[in-house]
Design a protein around this ligand. Structure first.
Ligand SMILES: Nc1nc2c(ncn2[C@@H]2O[C@H](COP(=O)(O)OP(=O)(O)OP(=O)(O)O)[C@@H](O)[C@H]2O)c(=O)[nH]1
Length: 364
């Protein structure tokens, strides 16, 4: 984690910045660890309290920065930091509420922060994570959400802020809900999102996909998807398929590496049988190694296709900037060969469009 004592000022220069706030022990650091560092949820149990603001930078389709403020910071205290500068330069405020704890003081704190945030940055996205829902029953989760939404609405009315848009998410680091929430939050910061969604809709239509995601491979956040509703099971299956594909990719050596080993074995055999030819073979070997290096440099992006027991096909194709396109399709076995060449062709066109979009991207 990139810990920085920001001694009085925050260096934030892009709207693709998320500010993570919430009371102590609400789960802020755990969320960062699990989503952006692949930490196992149970390993967050004994995390130390954050005492200084920390910033984490993630390079994906956008260069995202997540600033975590320690829970004990109080906006009313004599300003240690330049809050005005901070709030004017962020794209989203994410406030974490521990739903397993008594949350009234968190809601008071949230109302004060929202009042300040919208006064200095009216365009800010306000996102509330009703967190640690793994400890609540299904019914109680919805009751808690209703209660929190009602109370936040009342508090804002008291401040005369009735028009403020706030999004609420039920989250836990123990399931996919935290990734789903962060995906939606990050998408709001992507200026090109409508164009991307359009492209994905077209890709889906012409490739017989049922659902298509554009994933950030490291975090499993999806930076875009087509316009059909997201079914969490589809998300889970696609996110897990990324891990499987990457593991498989690492398991098998590329052709060029195998070729290199074969040449090496050949060389050893020759050196035993014929010393005269050894020199010639060695020079051949060297040529083949340098060719292999070139081949590796031009290595093809990862592509993986798999069919599940229920007949669903999963299709993964690596894109630019650590992204992967993952799609679900219910293609019949008999159509597969022709359909796959059409899909490959369409995906290649999509990738080119993505490259162009990236070149002209607003947040780079
Ligand atoms: N049950 C449950 N526990 C969680 C969840 N997320 C975080 N926790 C636990 O909550 C505790 C506090 O988490 P932290 O991430 O340290 O909280 P924080 O908001 O960063 O706390 P400060 O650094 O003090 O501001 C840890 O023991 C986590 O394991 C969750 O989704 N469910």
């Amino acid at each position: 984690m990139d810990q920085s004592a920001l001694s009085g000022s925050f260096e934030v220069d892009s709207n693709a910045t998320v500010l993570l706030m919430g009371l102590r022990r609400s789960g802020k650091s755990s969320i960062c660890k699990v989503v952006f560092h692949n930490t196992q949820p149970l390993d967050t149990l004994y995390l130390e309290s954050t005492t200084k603001p920390t910033t984490e930078n993630f390079k994906s389709l956008i260069d995202l920065a997540v600033i975590e403020l320690p829970g004990q910071l109080n906006l009313f205290e004599p300003a240690l930091y330049d809050y005005e500068k901070l709030f004017t330069s962020i794209g989203a405020l994410v406030y974490v509420i521990d739903s397993q704890d008594e949350y009234l003081s968190a809601l008071q704190n949230l109302a004060v922060i929202i009042k300040y945030a919208v006064s200095v940055n009216p365009k800010i996205h306000i996102e509330v994570l009703i967190h640690k829902i793994d400890g609540l029953s299904e019914d109680f989760r919805l009751d808690t959400q209703r209660d929190i939404m009602q109370r936040v609405g009342d508090d804002l009315l008291d401040y005369g802020l009735e028009g403020v848009q706030i999004s609420f998410y039920l989250t836990s680091i123990f399931d996919h809900s935290i990734y789903e929430a962060f995906s939606r939050i990050v998408q709001k910061l992507i200026y090109e999102l409508p164009a991307l969604e359009n492209l994905l809709d077209l890709l889906m239509q012409y490739s017989n996909f049922d659902k298509v995601f554009l994933f950030d491979i490291n975090s499993k956040i999806y930076v875009a998807t087509d316009s059909s509703p997201v079914d969490i099971q589809n998300y889970e299956v696609c996110a897990e398929f990324i891990d499987v594909s990457i593991d498989l990719d690492g398991l098998y050596e590329s052709n060029s590496q195998q070729q290199q080993q074969h040449t090496q074995q050949q060389l050893k055999r020759n050196s035993i049988t014929d010393t005269f030819e050894e020199n010639i073979n060695q020079s051949q070997y060297q040529t083949s190694v340098s060719e292999d290096v070139d081949a590796l440099a031009n290595a093809k992006p990862t592509k993986c296709i798999s069919r599940l027991e229920n007949g669903t096909m999963l299709y993964l194709h690596q894109m630019i900037r650590g992204l992967a396109l993952v799609a679900v399709s219910r293609l019949e076995d008999s159509d597969e060969t022709t359909a796959l060449s059409v899909i490959d062709h369409n995906v290649a066109i999509f990738k080119k469009s993505l490259e162009k979009m990236w070149e002209h991207a607003k947040f780079r």
